[in-house]
Design a protein around this ligand. Structure first.
Ligand SMILES: [Zn+2]
Ligand SMILES: [Zn+2]
Length: 281
């Protein structure tokens, strides 16, 4: 019975890209994930997954924030070395993020879960399919957020209504990533959910995109510029990252894209100067 009903349309599209050689590891990983079927198909999974991944991505940076005033070496990698992340600030952000997840994300994910329950296909996607799917979702999200963000800075009433809350912080730090108003949080959630559905991604690809999306958002707000930061690993200045987004929070007039630099470059809003040149903005 299950053999006939499980392979839904998106499954077949992505499963077709799996071959016996490259898909072996992915199949084992997917089988392990599917073993948690009860958890994955629970109504609480989307909100629990989102909150757990977010807090897990923030935790290492929060430890660095605690260490930073005590370890001079660490301050060399902090974009704004004199900015402080206080306990009160962390607690305020934590409460806001938990309440946003409980009051906004959970009711909406419940509706989504009811109308569109997750299906767990038997076949895993291949590694190239996962990599291409995650990259395509990130590029699409980057485009959607760039234009959303630009619009919300150019229209004063939109800025005050929907985006100003995120700009209460001039110096970025990890936990403020999702310190946003309801409209911004729901818009970003809608974009990321829509992209995976539009591209017909396998649920495993979708989960990995969510993880990558949350990690890269947190990294962009981390306030640290390490030699291994993504913008230093991606060549030709194609990726913005933490320094890029820090400049946005300082000037409000540049660097609207969350990750990549091509949209800002094309529309003349890219700023890559060192922080000590900020006075010219
Ligand atoms: Zn931001
Ligand atoms: Zn902004």
């Amino acid at each position: 019975m299950s053999r006939q009903r499980i392979p839904s349309v998106p499954v077949q599209r992505c499963g077709r890209m799996t071959d016996a050689e490259s898909g072996h590891f992915m199949q084992a990983a997917w089988d392990a994930v599917k073993g948690r079927r009860g958890l994955l198909q629970s109504a609480f999974f989307p909100v629990g997954f989102s909150l757990t991944v977010y807090l897990s991505c923030c935790l290492p940076y929060l430890c660095l924030d605690w260490l930073c005033p005590r370890v001079a070496l660490l301050r060399r990698f902090k974009i704004l070395p004199h900015s402080k992340v206080t306990r009160a600030l962390v607690w305020r952000c934590f409460c806001k993020i938990v309440s946003n997840h409980v009051c906004l994300v959970f009711p909406l994910s419940l509706v989504h879960w009811y109308w569109n329950p997750i299906t767990l296909p038997p076949l895993a996607p291949g590694v190239p399919s996962v990599a291409a799917g995650v990259l395509a979702c990130l590029l699409l999200f980057d485009t959607q957020y760039f234009f959303w963000h630009l619009l919300h800075h150019k229209a004063p009433w939109l800025y005050h209504f929907a985006h100003r809350e995120h700009h209460l912080h001039t110096a970025t730090f990890s936990l403020m990533t999702e310190d946003t108003g309801a409209w911004e949080l729901l818009s970003l959630g809608f974009f990321s959910t829509l992209n995976a559905a539009l591209l017909g991604c396998h649920p495993l690809t979708q989960m990995l995109f969510f993880v990558a999306n949350i990690y890269l958002s947190v990294e962009a707000h981390s306030g640290y510029d390490f030699p291994w930061s993504p913008h230093r690993l991606v060549p030709f200045g194609l990726y913005g990252g933490a320094r890029h987004h820090s400049l946005h929070h300082i000037s409000l007039k540049v660097n609207y894209a969350p990750y990549f630099t091509h949209w800002d470059r094309l529309l003349g809003t890219l700023r890559t100067d060192d922080m000590n040149k900020q006075k010219r903005l």
